[in-house]
Design a protein around this ligand. Sequence first.
Ligand SMILES: [Zn+2]
Length: 127
Amino acid sequence: MTNSELLEQAKVAATKAYAPYSQFQVGCALLTTAGNIFTGCNVENASYGLTICAERNTIFHAVANEGSGMKIASLAVIALGQEFPPCGACRQVIAEFAGPEVEVWFLRDGKPFSMTMAELLPASFRL
Ligand SMILES: [Zn+2]
């Protein structure tokens, strides 16, 4: 699984987004250390606060399948027609299941670009 393939799967997942309010279609794909790939999209709600981002949707799906030992090996996120890294809430959730060395991929100037979790969230909350 190359990073380009992971980004491609995120792009496919973005086409499934339920985003009637923002029209902001986001997809995520992650590779676990067990070698499985999971994808997800954002799902909005008329009660805006209930909306969930693609990254958290994907991570929760991965945990539901692999169990509490699920660890992220790499993660990619794409928004159709937009370029951005994960939001702050998702960075904290990614950090729960990824070490500081894990690379998070997204597009920058139309090309695959990555940052490590240490770069994205240098002072993550840990209990
Ligand atoms: Zn988010």
